[in-house]
Unconditional design. Structure first.
Length: 118
């Protein structure tokens, strides 16, 4: 958990590859070929924050700390995509959203994890 949190967790999800790894791509940009190539090279997937927060709770037994992991997404849902969350985010701050503007599985995982941790 600690290594994952240090290397992969961002406020908006988990990176698909750690910043210190060869091939890491910090930004989800460019044409279809460049964007597709970056999907698993550091792009942040928001939906993974739900499972991570639940795993955090299973390890540390602290609901408040685990819910706090989800907090940035609970704020982002009111800013981007009119009640939704983006598909992916850049691997580095400010973690600009990318991909489709409304990703159901990202929203669903946020709600599912929040409910289980309430």
């Amino acid at each position: 958990m600690d290594i994952c949190r240090a290397e992969l967790v961002t406020p908006f999800g988990l990176r698909s590859l750690g910043p210190g790894e060869p091939g890491y791509t910090a930004r989800y940009r460019g044409g279809p070929r460049e964007r597709d190539a970056s999907y698993h090279q550091g792009t942040v997937w928001g939906w993974l924050l739900g499972p991570f927060a639940l795993a955090h709770f299973r390890v540390y037994h602290d609901k408040a700390a685990s819910r706090q992991i989800l907090e940035p997404l609970t704020q982002a849902i009111s800013v981007y995509g009119l009640g939704s969350l983006g598909e992916v985010f850049d691997g580095e701050p400010p973690h600009t959203p990318g991909g489709c503007i409304a990703q159901a599985w990202t929203v669903a995982e946020l709600i599912r994890a929040w409910k289980l941790l309430s």
